[in-house]
Design a protein around this ligand. Structure first.
Ligand code: MG
Ligand code: MG
Ligand code: MG
Length: 308
């Protein structure tokens, strides 16, 4: 019997999904559990690649589906529509996550650690401390990178005291200047030039479901919103194609300025009213500027979801 435990984050993996799964594998191996294996459900983005290059590590193996009965450990997500194909028939033994719990069920008991923190790696860091586990430099940099990514260097409103404390302690172990390293890492992720519009709208897209109405909120980080908006027309064609192909009622493309902490959205579909009501703003040219908004999880999704 194959006892291998596959550890993975969500589709369109971000730095938290990749780094958290890698840390969980490393810690298990440090402790003699050799059955754990981090894998990924999509391409490595440029921000995460910066981290892997910095550490000289290879990306986890890509998988597309799991077989019935496969033992899995989910990090940084729980919703089945953001998870691997075949998840319904997998055996979920563990979840560590910092998102809402939705579209999720298991037939057997499991370990589930959910905390409303800014990052999955912060929860992992706390667990490791409680267990008295040794954290090495590589593990510290992986977790620090995940926290920097998810909290935009502690500037996102999703940031908690726990994230700040964890990042400070991890930076000490890693012996890095968090601001310098963090800004370089975040900037690496804003290089969008060689992506097609179709790739751009799928880079960090979350599939969501409100009573059977399917919608997507996608996000890209940039240092110049204007630069991305130069491609608005082509972006809109790509979005409209996706809406049609996947039967979506709404697609929100969020362009987030990581230096000034603002977001411009492009919203298309039959339910853009949910977006207009959420932010009490009329879309102009399918767009709206949302001052101070950077977090999909805390500032975009709940409001849009509520206004459906
Ligand atoms: Mg994530
Ligand atoms: Mg996360
Ligand atoms: Mg994210």
């Amino acid at each position: 019997m194959n006892e291998e435990v596959l550890i993975f984050g969500h589709k369109n993996p971000d730095t938290d999904s990749i780094c958290s799964s890698m840390v969980c594998e490393m810690i298990d191996k440090d402790n003699g559990k050799n059955f754990s294996k981090a894998v990924r459900l999509g391409n490595i983005n440029k921000e995460t690649q910066y981290v892997l290059d910095y550490l000289g590590l290879d990306a986890p193996e890509l998988i597309e589906k799991v077989e019935e009965g496969q033992i899995v450990f989910l990090v940084d997500h729980n919703e089945f529509n953001q998870s691997v194909d075949g998840i319904e028939k997998a055996k979920i033994v563990s979840v560590i996550d910092h998102h809402r719990i939705a579209n999720f069920e298991t037939s057997e008991p499991l370990c589930y650690n959910a905390k409303p923190y800014g990052c999955t790696s912060t929860i992992i860091f706390e667990e490791l401390k409680q267990l008295g586990c040794e954290i090495n430099r590589t593990e510290a940099i992986l977790m620090a990178s995940a926290i920097i990514s998810d909290t935009l260097l502690l500037k996102s409103p999703t940031t908690t005291e726990y994230d700040k404390k964890a990042l400070a302690e991890l930076a000490k172990i890693a012996n890095i200047d968090v601001n310098q390293y963090g800004l370089e890492m975040l900037k690496a992720g804003t290089d969008l030039d060689d992506f097609s519009e179709e790739q751009l709208i799928n880079l960090d897209a979350k599939n969501l479901d409100k009573n059977g109405e399917k919608f997507v909120i996608a996000q890209v980080n940039t240092v110049s919103i204007e630069d991305v908006l130069k491609r608005q027309q082509q972006l809109e064609s790509a979005i409209n194609k996706k809406i049609e192909n996947e039967g979506l009622c709404l697609f929100v493309f969020a362009i987030t300025d990581i230096l000034n902490s603002n977001t411009e959205i492009i919203a298309l579909g039959s339910r853009t009213d949910a977006v207009e009501n959420a932010f009490n703003k009329k879309l102009e040219n399918n767009r709206a500027f949302l001052e101070g908004v950077v977090s999909r999880k805390k500032q975009l999704l709940p409001l849009i979801d509520k206004n459906f």
